[in-house]
Design a protein around this ligand. Structure first.
Ligand SMILES: [Zn+2]
Length: 262
């Protein structure tokens, strides 16, 4: 039988091969929360993926996660799912209270296992972020930021804003294909790539990745997502605005540099 003796002021030594400095560094890095925001096609998912691998964070891609729920054959007859699926296919935002309920549960589950988290698709509305409409003084519900602050601490939350021009958004999304299995985006014509270079899965065009839907989503971004950024700055969150047009690895380096100073 294995007996573990706890030495009060040397307890980190129980983690084999890890120094005190490394142990605490590990805790600090792991308990970070990063929100990557930006218009459609700005590379939020790619940057969140790179960051998750580098800092050992859980990547919560709410769009992909929600699509998984919306297109689950088992919940096809569910009235709420049907309503949300229609919104999704029209390029409209899903109902904030519905997203909030799902996101809060994911945050809680991630924090409980002492893991940091990176978001690439939420919050998308003021209500989702703060639990109230813009201009309202009273809260209706705990917003995403309330839940995140509760589990990670406000000072450990960083917001990265990836800026790209509108024309670039439309170009990137209209020409995007994704893998039906792992969700990897592919910027190529379907004739050229029929299978994913990462997992070999079938390459498809997402239903809402067409020009009309992108224009609609950009409109939603301008009117509903941008006010969140204004409020983040007002409430003194760490917000870093980054140019989203260079190569992904360069943007990744820039993000790491910014997070180091938080
Ligand atoms: Zn794949």
């Amino acid at each position: 039988m294995l007996a573990i003796k706890i030495i009060p002021d040397r307890w980190w030594l129980l983690v084999e091969g890890v120094s005190q400095k490394e142990f605490f560094y590990c805790i600090i890095v792991v308990m970070k929360a990063v929100i990557i925001m930006g218009p459609q096609g700005s590379g939020k998912g790619t940057q969140a993926d790179l960051l998750a691998k580098k800092l050992n964070l859980f990547h919560f891609d709410s769009g992909q996660y929600l699509r998984g729920i919306l297109y689950d054959p088992e919940s096809k007859k569910d009235k709420i799912i049907q309503r949300e699926r229609k919104l999704n296919e029209a390029g409209k935002l899903n109902t904030p209270s519905w997203i909030l309920k799902i996101s809060s549960q994911v945050i809680k589950n991630t924090a409980v296992v002492k893991k940091g988290i990176v978001f690439s698709g939420s919050p998308r509305t003021f209500y989702e972020a703060f639990g109230r409409e813009e201009g309202d003084k009273t809260k209706n519900i705990q917003g995403l930021m309330d839940v995140l602050s509760k589990y990670y601490g406000k000072k450990n939350i960083s917001i990265i804003l990836l800026n790209i021009p509108r024309s670039e958004s439309i170009k990137r999304i209209s020409g995007r294909f994704i893998c039906s299995v792992c969700g990897s985006p592919l910027m190529a014509s379907k004739n050229k790539y029929t299978t994913c270079s990462f997992c070999g899965g079938k390459v498809i065009k997402r239903k809402d990745d067409n020009k009309e839907s992108v224009i609609e989503r950009l409109k939603e971004y301008e009117t509903r997502t941008k006010p969140i950024l204004k409020e983040f700055k007002k409430e003194d969150y760490h917000v870093f605005e980054i140019d989203g047009t260079p190569a992904p690895y360069k943007i990744h380096q820039t993000i790491l540099g910014k997070l180091k100073n938080v």
